[in-house]
Ligand binder design. Sequence first.
Ligand SMILES: [Zn+2]
Ligand SMILES: [Zn+2]
Length: 142
Amino acid sequence: MVTLATEQITVAANKRYYRKSKQGYWLVWNKDHPKAYNGRVLEQVIVFEEHHKCCMLRWGVVHHINEVKTDNHIENLQGMTRRQHINLHMANKRIPDSRKCCRCGSNKTSVGSDGVAKWSVVDRSKGLFHCSNCDNYERRKK
Ligand SMILES: [Zn+2]
Ligand SMILES: [Zn+2]
C-alpha cells in the first residue's frame, strides 16, 4: 500500500522523498525506476504501478481524472498512452467556458497558479461541474 504525499517531506528511512515538481506533481525519490528523471518519479506512476502490479510502458501516462494534479488516489488515476492523453486534454480544453456549477449555479470558480480554472468534474458527459467552493463543501461532507 502506498502512502500518499500530503506535504513536502523527506523520509530517509523508507526512501520516500516528496517534492512538488514545477508542474505541481508529487515526486517520489526512486532512482532505479525506469521512469525516473533526476532520480525522481511522479507519484501517480508509482501508485498506478503498485495498484495494477504493472510497469508503465515508456509511452504510458497516468492521467488525473478530476484534473487535480496532486490527487493521487487510485480511483483518480487512469493509464493511457501519451497520444490518448494529449487528445483527452485537448478535448477537455474545448469545453466552452460557459461552465456552470451544477450545485450553486455560479459561473465562477477559483483559478490555480497555472492559470487553469478549477472546475471539479461531476459528470463530464452530462457537462456537470462543481465550482471550487462547492467542491470543498462536498469534500468536507464525506
Ligand atoms: Zn492528464
Ligand atoms: Zn458551486
